[in-house]
Design a protein around this ligand. Structure first.
Ligand code: ADP
Length: 404
């Protein structure tokens, strides 16, 4: 102490300034600078300390920035993250995890993982990871969000060979799972749809080859059957191509003003064979001069599918009415028929792919079960919506809107 005082006396204020500066650096004030005196050795010492402080300040700021980056990622990432200590007590949890696991506020920190609403599954993954020191993965449906499928991976935090805790990362995979199921169902449906006409074609061809070719009376029936099934396959492949094109994302709209009355007239002419076969009368009630901003070809496809159904599923000698009206910000087009109608049980599914009320009847009429799903896709591509008003025995009114 006496030596320090002696030194202070000897070296004057410079020494005091160095001590003061060192204290401030130690307190984290890295922007502070020691005034640099004139005396040789002490000047060097002050400069070195100032340089050290500047470097330490730089490193601190970098570390702070990294910490803020990690904080932002932890807070805003779509994955749910829970960190536990070695005994399974939550030390950190991000907002997405709180939302997915059904815990609100900050009360989850300090809680046992097993005590959380989605705890049992998570805690079993964490326990396995903590005990084995290896990552563990699992999928489950949290009770707090029924219908949601979570994919969880639990990774141990290892320090010097000892497991100190566990990081759980959970992703919501409900969407991809649903898509996968839909794709599987689609492939199964397509295979089934292709198999039926192919089996029929094979059967008829075998019968013809087996001698029916010579049979002047029944032979042509088999040839006719082969032709009908080939038409069916052709329709199916055409509809599948439309769907595949729609799903490729290349389905672009070339919008312009389309005269709806003229479009309905043209579509009816194109379907004259189907309409004549059923002896149905078509009434075009679309007002003159009403237009919609739409892709003409796609809109025409929508009308073809709806008019074709209205004729196919109509009674013989029935009627089909096409009407349209302007609504605030949209145009609504309706295709009504005098057919058997659709019962309430089937209505919610009618626009689904391959959904048919009466499978055999649809096939017999050359249907693919894809027509209405194509209608829905094309209308929604325009930003509109589709629907149907129907009841058993009362006919059906299929409608769609197009934004004006
Ligand atoms: P399909 O090729 O079988 O006609 P769609 O997707 O066009 O396929 O229609 C799906 C099903 O909806 C049909 O199989 C039929 O059962 C029912 N449906 C469609 N339009 C009508 C209608 N106007 N009246 C009664 N049922 C209909």
């Amino acid at each position: 102490m006496r030596l320090l005082s002696a030194l202070r006396l000897l070296l004057g204020g410079q020494f005091g300034e160095i001590i003061e500066g060192s204290k401030r650096f130690a307190a984290g004030e890295f922007d502070y600078r020691i005034p640099v005196g004139s005396s040789g050795e002490l000047r060097k010492l002050s400069e070195t300390l100032n340089f050290m402080a500047a470097q330490a300040g730089l490193k601190m700021r970098e570390a702070q920035l990294r910490r803020l980056e990690l904080e932002a990622a932890f807070r805003d990432m779509p994955e749910a993250i829970v960190v536990t200590d070695g005994s399974g007590v939550i030390t950190r949890i991000n907002p997405r995890a709180r939302q997915l696991m059904g815990v609100k506020g900050f009360e989850a920190e300090g809680m046992w993982l097993s005590g959380m609403p989605a705890g049992p599954e998570l805690s079993s993954a964490a326990i396995k990871a903590l005990a084995s020191g290896r990552p563990v993965s699992l999928e489950f449906e949290p009770p707090s969000a029924p219908g949601t499928v979570l994919s969880v991976s639990a990774s141990p935090i290892v320090e010097d060979g000892a497991v100190r805790g566990c990081v759980l990362v959970a992703r919501d995979i409900t969407g991809p799972r649903k898509l996968e199921t839909m794709r599987k169902e689609f492939v199964a449906n397509v295979s089934h749809e292709l198999k039926t006409p192919l089996t029929a074609i094979k059967g008829c061809a075998e019968t013809l080859l087996g001698g029916a070719l010579e049979d002047k009376e029944h032979g042509p029936e088999f040839a006719r059957s082969i032709y009908d099934q080939a038409v069916r396959l052709d329709n199916l492949v055409a509809d599948l191509l439309k769907i595949s094109y729609a799903e490729s994302g290349r389905d672009k709209l070339e919008k312009r003003a389309v005269d709806l009355r003229a479009l309905a007239d043209g579509t009816v002419k194109g379907l004259s064979a189907v309409l004549a076969g059923k002896k149905v009368t078509v009434k075009n009630l679309v007002p003159d001069g009403l237009t919609a901003t739409a892709d003409r070809d796609k809109l025409s496809q929508v009308l073809i599918n709806l008019l074709d159904n209205a004729a196919k599923y109509n009674r013989e000698g029935g009627e089909v009415r096409v009407s349209a009206a302007a609504e605030p910000g949209a145009v609504r087009v309706t295709v009504e028929d005098t057919g058997p109608g659709i019962s309430a049980a089937h209505l919610p599914h009618i626009f689904e792919r391959f959904y048919r009320v009466d499978k055999a009847r649809s096939r017999e009429l050359g249907g693919t079960g894809l027509g209405l799903s194509i209608v829905k896709h094309l209308v929604e591509l325009h930003g509109g919506s589709v629907g149907v008003d129907s009841a058993e025995g009362r006919g059906s009114a299929f409608w769609f809107t197009l934004p004006g």
